[in-house]
Structures are given as structure tokens and as C-alpha cells.
Design a protein around this ligand. Structure first.
Ligand code: PNS
Length: 166
């Protein structure tokens, strides 16, 4: 059984992420979307919220599971018994960081393979960072994220507005 682990912050999960998961679900027997518990980052959504958004967004895919991981990615692929790491490449600018990460992971664990996939051109400009920025400034983001992520963003923005007016 070929199992691939797709790690990321997914804060929030975008159409670009979903595009990649859908492609991977056709290639691999199982896709584990692994949400990173990164204590250094201050995410907009809690781990549980990010997991729930992904679960709902991928509910049409029977071979996709959502998990969380803390610590090193090379340990996570061992714990979850995955054969490879999946990462997305949107543009050439992603390549340098991704290459470095793939080679570092291979230096930490022999035969640790990273598989790269490209989202469709329509999704190649989408990033979680930009979506959050647009949402915070009242712009339109519903074309960039799956409906569960759009609803969560709307809720969070409304909460932030309510806090500001207190
Ligand atoms: O969505 P992101 O923020 O690009 O995902 C980055 C992520 C979570 C995949 C990366 O930071 C990671 O692998 N973190 C786990 C810690 C680790 O193994 N670091 C060494 C990788 S070279």
C-alpha cells in the first residue's frame, strides 16, 4: 500500500492544497494530510480548527485522512508509516526552499523521498498567507479556499471585528 504524507501549516487550507490532495489521492492508496504543530508560529486557526476544515474540505475523497504531528517530519513519516513526503510546487520561487528541505530530510533519514506535485495554473498563485491578509482587509477570498475554510475565515474576521469594537 503506497501511503504519502502531505505536511503543512494549512493556516488555512486553500484551493491549492485541495488541488494537490485530489491529485495525490488518484496516485497513492492513501494520503495523510499532516497538520504541523509549530510552536514558533502563531496560527490564525487552532490545530483542531485546521484539522476540521481539512476533513470537511476532503470529505469527498475516500482515501484521505487528516493527522497532526509535532517535531521532525522525518519522525512523522516513520510514525505514520508513509513511504514519501508530498509537497506542492507553485512557482520557481518555491523550488529553492523545497529542494533544501527535501535534501535535509534525506540527510536525516536515509531514503526519505519527497514527491513534488504542481497544482493547476488556476491555483498556482494562491497562498494561505495572502488569503489571510486579504481576509483581514475585507477583500474577497472565497475563490481561493474551499467552502469550509471560507466559513471559518468569515467567523474569525467577525470575531476580530467584535473584539476591536469592545
Ligand atoms: O505549510 P508550510 O508552513 O510550508 O509547512 C512547513 C512544514 C510544516 C512542512 C515544515 O516546517 C516542517 O517540516 N516542519 C517540521 C519540522 C522539521 O522536520 N524541520 C526540518 C525540515 S528540513
Amino acid at each position: 500500500m503506497k501511503k504519502v504524507l502531505y505536511p503543512g501549516s494549512f493556516d488555512p487550507f486553500t484551493n491549492g492544497h485541495l488541488d494537490l490532495v485530489e491529485r495525490a489521492s488518484r496516485l497513492f492508496d492513501q494520503v495523510l494530510v499532516a497538520v504541523a504543530i509549530n510552536l514558533e508560529k502563531n496560527p490564525m486557526f487552532s490545530l483542531e480548527e485546521r484539522e476540521e476544515i481539512i476533513r470537511r474540505s476532503c470529505s469527498h475523497l475516500h482515501n484521505v485522512e487528516v493527522v497532526a504531528f509535532r517535531g521532525l517530519l522525518v519522525d512523522a513519516i516513520e510514525i505514520f508509516e508513509a513511504q514519501a513526503i508530498l509537497r506542492g510546487l507553485r512557482a520557481f520561487s518555491d523550488f529553492e526552499y523545497e529542494l533544501q528541505m527535501a535534501l535535509m530530510n534525506r540527510s536525516l533519514r536515509n531514503n526519505c523521498e519527497t514527491v513534488f506535485m504542481m497544482p493547476s495554473a488556476d491555483n498556482s498563485y494562491v497562498s494561505s498567507r495572502m488569503v489571510k491578509q486579504i481576509a483581514c482587509f475585507g477583500g474577497r477570498f472565497d475563490h481561493c479556499v474551499p467552502p469550509p475554510a471560507a466559513a471559518a475565515l468569515q467567523r474569525r474576521i467577525a470575531e476580530m471585528e467584535a473584539e476591536k469594537s469592545l
